[in-house]
Every structure is written in structure tokens, then in C-alpha cells.
Design a protein around this ligand. Structure first.
Ligand code: ATR
Length: 282
């Protein structure tokens, strides 16, 4: 007998979320009797939302801003790197227990590995500049270190957060450096530069800016932007103008959704259907 029930996204605001489009298209295409709902939740109502998740027809949830960290004390257990990252984007139910996971990390690494392979690079050859030290950066930094990337420089406006993130990565063997925008001496030598800040995002605080200037780099790095709206940020446009290889935020968005989908349904996620579902939006 196939499973039926409900999943949804917990956050505030959530109306703009692309997850319902992505998941409902995938659920329908596989003929599953599961709906994906928007679960707008205020901070005061988070405990009620958790109670709702315990109802038998709820299969799991996604978690977004501002609850990725705040939801952790309400859950029964954490799995994978959710604990070390300190953020949960996916909840699954097992034997009635609410288990927090983080698919952002693996969702980032899978498309990254594909791009690196095209450039004939494997993880052991990558020297990364990771820009940002917020929630998204934390998941990415753990994913990079776990994948075996040996050298990661974290550059952040607030140096202290970069240091904290570097400290929490000390369980890995990667060499972690930290820097601030004002003190980094050169962007030369990195073969992968990742924007994990909100700079360049439509509706964000700095939509018309870039996290760094790529123009002085002589050896083309893979330029990665986790921002997916617009699909081509100014940062990616600069990379295109310089003919640098690029990876935008949509593959990561789709991949983290696919991993969550597979956890809830046990079915292989239809990646192309998921991507087509948001083609008219981004
Ligand atoms: P998210 O969960 O999306 O990562 P976050 O935790 O608020 O969001 O982190 C946002 C990141 O973008 C941080 O690294 C932030 O730098 P600070 O730690 O200095 O705040 C970075 N960021 C946002 N706007 C920025 C800007 N205009 N210039 C430089 N860095 C910026």
C-alpha cells in the first residue's frame, strides 16, 4: 500500500517559497497521495506547529527562515550533520518521533561535484574561498570539509563569525583559514569561489552588489553562487563576462528538495519535473 499524508514548510514568511511548487509537481508526477502545504508559523506558535507535526497523517516537513536553528530543541533527535551544522531544514517521522536532518549540505555537494568533474577536478584538488559565515555557509562549509576538500578559506564581513565557523570545523582534517573582506590579500590561487551570502538576491538587502571582484584573477576559478533568484546574479554575470566556469543556486535548491522528497516518500525524486515546476518563476 502506498503512503498518503501531508508534508509542508514551516517558516515566516513562507508565501514566497518555491518548495510547494517543486514538491507538488514531483508528488503529482509520481501519482502519490501526498500534499505539500505552506505552514506559516509565528515564533509564538512554533510549539503548536510541532504538536501538529505529531499527528499521524503528517509525514514530515521542511524548515526555513527563521526556524532552522530555533526548531532544534523541539525535536526528538537529529541525524547526519544537522547537529554539528546547528541547523535543520528537513524533519522526518520515524516511529512517531520527529527527527531533524539537513539536506542543504548534501544538496550543495552533489551539483558541485558534477561541475568540478566537468573541469576534471576532484575534491582533493580544490582550494575554496567560501564567502559568508551565516546559516547557509555553515551547511556548505561542513559539506565541503566532509567531502574531503583540503583547503577552505572563509571570508566574512564579520570576522568573528568566520572564526566561530572555522572552530566548529576542527573535527575535520581540512586546513581552514579565515579572513575579512578588508584583509584578504588576493583572490589568486582559489579554484573555487562560493558566494554563500545574500548579496545579489532579489528582494535582499544588496540586490545590485557582488560579494567580491573577480576581475583581477588570472587563473579561472569555478564561480558558485547559492543565490537562485535571479537565476544569474551580478556575480555570475561577471564570471560569465570573464568566461569563468559557473554554478548557480538552482541546482542546489532542487537537489536539497530531492533529498528531502526521497526521505519522506522513499521514492526517487523526479529532478527534471522539479526543475520545470519553477521554470516560469526563476
Ligand atoms: P543565511 O541563513 O541565508 O546564511 P544569515 O545567517 O543571516 O543568512 O547570514 C548571512 C551572511 O551574509 C552572513 O555571512 C553575512 O555577513 P555577516 O556575518 O557579517 O553579517 C553576509 N552578508 C549579508 N549581507 C552582506 C553584505 N552587504 N556584505 C557582506 N556580507 C553580507
Amino acid at each position: 500500500m502506498s503512503i498518503s499524508g501531508r508534508v509542508g514548510i514551516i517558516g515566516f514568511p513562507v508565501a514566497h517559497s518555491l518548495s510547494p511548487k517543486i514538491h507538488n509537481a514531483a508528488l503529482q508526477s509520481l501519482g502519490l497521495d501526498i500534499s505539500y502545504e505552506l505552514w506559516k508559523t509565528s515564533e509564538e506558535n512554533l510549539d503548536q506547529r510541532i504538536e501538529m507535526l505529531r499527528a499521524p497523517d503528517i509525514l514530515g516537513a521542511n524548515v526555513t527562515v527563521p526556524f532552522k536553528q530555533k526548531i532544534i530543541p523541539f525535536l526528538d533527535d537529529l541525524e547526519g550533520f544537522a547537529k554539528e551544522i546547528g541547523a535543520v531544514n528537513t524533519i522526518i517521522k520515524r516511529n512517531g518521533l520527529l527527527i531533524g536532518k539537513n539536506t542543504d549540505a548534501e544538496g550543495f555537494v552533489i551539483p558541485l561535484e558534477k561541475e568540478l568533474n566537468k573541469l576534471q577536478l576532484d575534491f582533493s584538488q580544490v582550494r575554496t574561498l567560501l564567502i559568508g559565515a551565516g546559516g547557509a555557509s555553515r551547511a556548505i562549509a561542513f559539506a565541503l570539509a566532509k567531502a574531503g576538500i583540503p583547503n577552505i578559506t572563509i571570508m566574512n564581513r564579520t570576522l568573528e563569525s568566520a572564526k566561530e565557523l572555522a572552530h566548529s570545523l576542527s573535527l575535520f582534517s581540512a586546513q581552514i583559514n579565515v579572513d575579512a573582506y578588508a584583509t584578504i590579500s588576493s583572490l589568486e590561487g582559489f579554484n573555487c569561489i562560493i558566494n554563500a551570502t545574500s548579496i545579489g538576491m532579489t528582494g535582499g538587502p544588496n540586490p545590485n552588489e557582488q560579494p567580491c571582484d573577480l576581475s583581477d584573477i588570472s587563473s579561472p576559478p569555478l564561480v558558485v553562487d547559492i543565490v537562485y533568484a535571479p537565476e544569474e546574479t551580478l556575480f555570475l554575470k561577471s564570471a560569465r563576462d570573464l568566461d569563468f566556469p559557473r554554478l548557480g543556486g538552482i541546482p542546489m535548491l532542487i537537489q536539497q528538495a530531492a533529498l528531502s522528497f526521497e526521505l519522506w516518500t522513499g521514492e526517487k525524486a523526479p529532478l527534471n519535473t522539479m526543475r520545470s515546476a519553477i521554470e516560469d518563476v526563476v
